[in-house]
Design a binder for this molecule. Structure first.
Ligand code: NDP
Length: 445
């Protein structure tokens, strides 16, 4: 049995009931097989894959808080500190009822390679809670965040582990978490990223994942002799990533025509009215169904099925496994020629394989959505230096980083004879740096 197959079996048997984690490990191991085979003796001697697939630490804790009715609520909090070979753990916090250890391990594992691809000195981690901020008052969200941080603060620090936002954790939550950290420790340090601009946040961080996605999409299209301007695009989700993806698409001359949230999707053939979406989602925190009261000619459809809308480019920016085989078959049949993942692992394995077989340009999340964490690392640099860079300065750096990621991914794919396979390219390029750092540091992590 090959080393990668052995490791996959070991992961499955040691981590039962963690399907998302298995899925992420399988995808990475499969695409690393050429690199692993080439260095098998060394990697086996080093126990490299065993070490790489085992998180350095998983912290799980109780989060008690009191709701507006005076009732005690209990949630479960986590931090998965996956790999610190190339820098302090870095990765978001997700607050969503679906959060469990499997999901956070898959996200933490992916984060290790993503962070490596940015070229910046950041290790991989992820955390969160099964708390649902939806429908909660600001006071309830604050009570939860304060309780969450009262436990988490013991395990994080500006040079140790630097969490950020993810699904359900935006500027409001980061503010409450940061306030509590500072109150407990007395430290004014860059322990969280995605902070408000008045207390150490970086310009462009809010926009970074969406902007970065469009920058790398543009590079991928250019590499294939195509251009973004004039193309019709479907963007899924209506959260942070989706909104700023749409904003940058417009800036580069493309036409986004559809978006969705967890209850339904909107189709606006004249192009999405982004100001309306921002007001509905960022200000009112309401449902996307309200969009038709802003644009009466648009169509709202309850439920799933956004992939039935004809487009040139499809950008999944909502959640994991949202895009399955049937959906991609429809996309391809309707003429879609490029998919880039704004969300983490939104495309199922079978769907990814199908897209590859059909020769669709496909950029995986760990490369395509790395702009968020890259800008978080720029926020850390500014905090350490006690400086704030201008919007244009950060945006230029982000653009440079996304270009660099495209080049690394493209180059790694070519070196191993997989030209155009950016899944393989991203995994290989991300892995090479982490593996070298782990070997150099001995059996310490
Ligand atoms: P948000 O919480 O801001 O937005 C998520 C959006 O997706 C919401 O509009 C939500 O709908 C929608 N959504 C969630 N589940 C479903 C579903 N099953 N079907 C349809 N729509 C759904 O999260 P982000 O935008 O921050 O994150 C989106 C993805 O991008 C996640 O996979 C995240 O891990 C990834 N990511 C985020 C980064 C960041 O910087 N924020 C960085 C890198 C990756 P509703 O409004 O109804 O809740």
């Amino acid at each position: 049995m090959s080393y990668t197959d052995e490791i996959y079996e070991r992961v499955v048997s040691k981590n039962p009931n963690e399907p998302e984690f298995h899925q992420a490990v399988k995808e990475v191991l499969d695409s690393l097989s050429d690199v692993i085979n080439e260095n098998e003796a060394l990697y086996r001697k080093e126990g490299l894959l065993e070490r790489l697939t085992e998180p350095e630490r998983i912290i799980s804790f109780k989060v008690p808080w009191v709701d507006d009715k005076g009732a005690v609520q209990i949630n479960r909090g986590y931090r998965v500190q996956f790999n610190s070979a190339i820098g302090p753990y870095k990765g978001g916090l997700r607050f969503h009822p679906s959060v469990n250890q499997s999901i956070l391990k898959f996200l933490g594992f992916e984060q290790v390679f993503k962070n490596s691809l940015t070229g910046l000195p950041i290790g991989g981690g992820k955390g969160g809670s099964d708390f649902d901020p939806k429908g909660k008052s600001d006071r309830e969200v604050m009570a939860f965040c304060q309780s969450f941080m009262t436990e988490l603060y013991k395990y994080i620090g500006a040079d140790e582990d630097v969490p950020a936002g993810d699904i359900g954790v935006g500027g409001r939550e980061i503010g409450y978490l940061y306030g509590q950290y500072k109150r407990i420790t007395g430290l004014y340090e860059g322990v969280l990223t995605g902070k408000g601009l008045t207390f150490g946040g970086s310009l462009v961080r809010t926009q970074a994942t969406g902007y970065g996605l469009v920058y790398i999409l543009d590079e991928m299209l250019k590499g294939a002799g195509k251009e973004l301007a004039g193309k019709t695009v479907v963007v899924t989700g209506a959260g942070n990533v989706a909104i700023y993806t749409v904003e940058k698409l417009y800036q580069l001359g493309a036409k986004p025509v559809a978006m969705c949230d967890s209850t339904g999707y909107i189709y606006d053939e004249n192009g999405i009215d982004l100001a309306a979406v921002k007001e509905i989602k960022e200000v009112k925190r309401a449902r996307l169904s309200e969009y038709t009261s802003y644009v009466p000619t648009a169509v709202y459809t309850e439920g799933r099925g956004i992939w039935n809308i004809k487009c040139d480019i499809y950008l999944p920016c909502a959640t994991q496994n949202e895009l399955d085989l049937d959906a991609v078959k429809t996309l391809v049949a309707n003429g879609c020629f490029a998919v880039a993942e704004g969300a983490n692992m939104p495309t199922t394995r079978e769907a990814t394989e199908y897209l590859k077989e059909q020769g669709i340009l496909f950029m995986p999340g760990k490369a395509a959505n790395a702009g968020g964490v890259a800008t978080s690392a720029l926020e850390m640099s500014q905090n350490s230096a006690r400086l704030s860079w201008s919007f244009d300065e950060v945006d230029e750096k982000l653009k440079g980083i996304m270009k660099g990621i495209y080049q690394k991914v493209d180059d790694a794919a070519r070196r191993y004879g997989h030209e155009g396979d950016f899944v393989a390219g991203a995994n290989i390029a991300g892995f090479e740096k982490v593996a070298a750092a782990m070997i150099a540091q001995g059996i310490a992590l």
